[in-house]
Write a new protein. Structure first.
Length: 225
């Protein structure tokens, strides 16, 4: 597939060429402009982002670290294929980390994170606009705020390492199953209420339901592969 031709948004002059290239390629992958398994042409990217190939290479290297692409010898940059197996493993990791955080929050009677309500309001706006990338970013911030609220910096760092894959998966989730929007919003509200009530068992139960597998998404990621 050719490089998308939509115009880049105006950005502050201080944004480096490498950062601009990184954000443009990342967002194009999240939107689905580049299909999974597709090779991305470095020269075309340089022209599209209006920069030399060096910043594009730097951006691609960063995207490989974040697992958006694979850099293959003599073949170039290929958009990573996210399988159903990887999706399940991401959900399993999230359940482990977030469950521990929720139990710790309830033990300390800490209540919900201060920013939770504002993030949920922003998510509602993004959902109404069908801006699934923004929605996924906000969803990550909501759940990351819960993990940070626990107060364990090491667990927070481990959770942050999931961010690129979590946002990509979240974007794809909403693209494949937008009808889940009211369910997701309701489960978020249940989590906030359970934290406010210091009810650890309900928190973990709601979280497990919240992160259950979505049949449409499993099919989209290749069934059981």
């Amino acid at each position: 597939m050719s490089v998308p031709t939509t115009r880049t948004d105006a950005r502050p002059a201080r944004t480096s060429a490498g950062q601009r290239a990184y954000e443009w390629i990342r967002d194009a992958i999240l939107r689905g402009d580049f299909a999974e398994g597709e090779f991305i042409d470095e020269v075309a990217l340089s022209e599209r982002v209006n920069t030399s190939r060096t910043p594009v290479r730097e951006a691609l290297q960063r995207l490989q670290v974040e697992r958006y692409i694979d850099l293959l010898p003599r073949r170039g940059a290929q958009v990573r294929v996210v399988t159903a197996v990887e999706m399940r493993e991401i959900y399993q990791a999230r359940i482990l980390l977030e469950s521990d955080a929720l139990r710790g929050i309830c033990r300390r009677h800490a209540g919900a994170p201060e920013e939770a309500e504002a993030l949920l309001a922003e998510m509602e706006q993004a959902g109404e606009a069908r801006d699934w990338n923004a929605y996924a970013q906000l969803d990550y911030r909501f759940h990351a705020a819960i993990v940070r609220h626990h107060g364990n910096a090491v667990i927070a760092d481990l959770y942050d390492a999931l961010q690129p894959r979590q946002v990509r998966l979240g974007t794809r989730t909403m693209m494949e199953a937008p009808g889940r929007l009211p369910t997701i919003a309701g489960e978020h509200r249940q989590l906030v209420a359970a934290m406010a009530a210091h009810d650890a068992d309900t928190c973990v139960s709601v979280l497990s339901t919240h992160l259950r597998e979505v049949p449409e998404l499993v099919d989209a990621f290749g069934g059981n592969g």
